[in-house]
Design a protein around this ligand. Structure first.
Ligand code: HEC
Length: 95
């Protein structure tokens, strides 16, 4: 029979039922990547302008992918997740 401590540990590491967008990304790593590749054409004001175009986390992910490809930043999918986490946490706040 399993000890209660083991059961508590198993519960503690169980994934949450609801996963927030970009929850696998690391916003700090994302900021470094973003600031290296993405500030040549627009500053961070692009993400908070009144007329900003993105309305969902999915659109944000798609835009990051598209800009990654267009600019030749060469990010891997996990790096796109980092940038998504950074942009979402600081500017977009999609749930
Ligand atoms: C070659 C110039 C250029 C570079 C470099 C660039 N962007 Fe953009 N980006 C634009 C322009 C222009 C727009 C506005 C397009 C529009 O209004 O539809 C834009 C818009 C965006 C938006 C949408 C803003 C909104 O309306 O909510 C996001 C997100 C974005 N860029 C992310 C990135 C990321 C991430 C990178 C780095 C990989 C990047 N951009 C690099 C030119 C650039």
């Amino acid at each position: 029979m399993k000890s209660p401590i083991v059961l508590v540990l198993m519960l503690a590491v169980a994934p949450p039922l609801y996963a927030a967008p970009f929850d696998k990304g690391d916003p700090k790593a994302g900021q470094v990547l973003h600031d290296q590749s993405c500030l040549t054409c627009h500053d961070n004001g692009m993400y908070t302008r009144q007329t900003r175009k993105l309305k969902t986390a999915g659109q944000l992910a798609a835009r990051i992918s598209g800009c990654n490809a267009n600019t030749g930043a060469g990010w891997f999918p996990d790096e796109e997740q980092h940038v998504g986490a950074y942009l979402n946490q600081n500017f977009y706040h999609f749930k």
